[in-house]
Design a protein around this ligand. Structure first.
Ligand code: MRU
Length: 353
């Protein structure tokens, strides 16, 4: 069994401030930010200093806990109004990852259950810590379930970054890969660079290197070449939101990979916690897709690449129709087709004994 060192944390709650590992500075600099204003945490989410669906949810929950500590209000109702303002502010950061909204809904429910501002402030911090713990625990289970799908000697292609940076403690898709390696399965990883913001090149390669797992970086458009020439045994990615029918939103380019995998008879897996599943949406057509600034496409890290004044489009996510997905690995088990019944079963209440 291999020892894999995953002891870095993208988000930490320090009681009166939030610590973030600034992912925009990786891989060359490991800079930690300590933020005391919830608006700065919200900006960090928007700017992808913290990113990945579970990490966004954790940071968003701590942002609300932080903001609530500073609310001055003459009455409990004025306090609640300000708290709702903070929650809306955090919700307006990025629209696609379901985990953020699931976390904010939990905080709203907790706030409704207490009556004094002091009690609410305490219980919101406690709930944010609980969300953090649960998201972390989910990654351990996803990794364990998913590793069973990966065979010794395989080359696994992944997209974007889904390691502990995106989903503490183990990651989702990358967690599955790490777990398979820990089981002694000698896995090789092909990582797509993931334009425009290069999460694959900058972050996945950093995480693989830290873990000592062999990885090769390829450009996004080389994925078809590697699949067609027999160099890929399976594809596994994370997800930002899964609709009730299994349609899955993930980083732009994921759909392309799923279609290529089908064309080449390669299994295509999704790994995500149950908090990513949005049972209120019938299909992927209803998933809100974030549009980001065109400057991320016309340049890279501040260096302009295209002629001034041209048009560029920058959807940050796409939706992979469920029929392209071989299985969805969750913390509650592996879901197979038909997804509509399989996903519903995950949320069925366990009857009392
Ligand atoms: O824009 P990002 O970097 O937040 O996008 C992240 C992804 O697309 C991940 O695949 C997804 O959030 C799952 S993270 C475990």
């Amino acid at each position: 069994v291999r020892f894999i060192n995953l002891n870095y944390q993208p988000v930490a709650w320090l009681g009166d401030r939030v610590r973030l590992l600034d992912q925009t500075r990786l891989p060359h600099e490991e800079v930690y930010l300590e933020l005391t204003d919830y608006r700065d945490v919200a900006s960090a989410i928007k700017e992808l200093k913290v990113r990945g669906a579970p990490a966004i949810a954790i940071a968003g929950a701590y942002a609300v806990a932080l903001g609530t500590r500073h609310v001055q209000a003459p009455s409990p109702s004025a306090f609640l109004e300000k708290l709702n303002g903070i929650i809306s502010y955090v919700a307006a950061t990025r629209p696609t990852a379901r985990n953020l909204f699931a976390a904010l809904e939990r905080l709203k429910t907790v706030a409704a259950g207490d009556n004094s501002p002091d009690a609410i402030t305490k219980s919101l911090a406690a709930e944010a810590i609980k969300i953090h713990r649960e998201e972390s625990a989910a990654t351990a289970r996803i990794s364990r379930y998913g590793a069973g799908l990966i065979k010794a000697g395989w080359t696994v292609l992944t997209h974007c970054d889904t390691g502990p940076l995106a989903a503490p403690d183990y990651g989702t898709a990358l967690g599955v890969i790490f777990k398979a390696c820990q089981q002694g399965k000698n896995i090789e990883v092909l990582a797509t660079e993931t334009r425009p913001l290069l999460q694959g090149a900058r972050l996945t390669m950093w995480e693989l290197q830290k873990a000592g797992v062999p990885g090769t970086l390829i450009i996004d458009s080389a994925a078809g070449y590697f699949m067609k020439t027999g160099k890929v045994d399976c594809v596994i990615t994370g997800s930002d939101r899964i609709a009730a029918n299994g349609d899955t939103a993930n980083k732009i380019g994921t759909y392309t990979l799923a279609v290529l995998a089908r064309e080449n008879n390669i299994p295509f897996y999704i790994a995500a916690p149950a908090s990513t599943i949005d049972m209120s949406l019938k299909s992927g057509a209803q998933i809100p897709i974030e549009e980001r600034d065109p400057s991320e496409v016309t340049g890279i890290q501040g260096v302009s690449l295209a002629p001034e004044g041209i048009a560029a489009a920058n959807p940050a996510f796409d939706v992979t129709p469920h029929q392209y997905i071989t299985a969805i690995v969750t913390d509650k088990g592996i879901v197979q087709k038909p997804y509509t019944t399989g996903l519903k079963a995950l949320f069925r209440e366990v009857p009392a004994q």
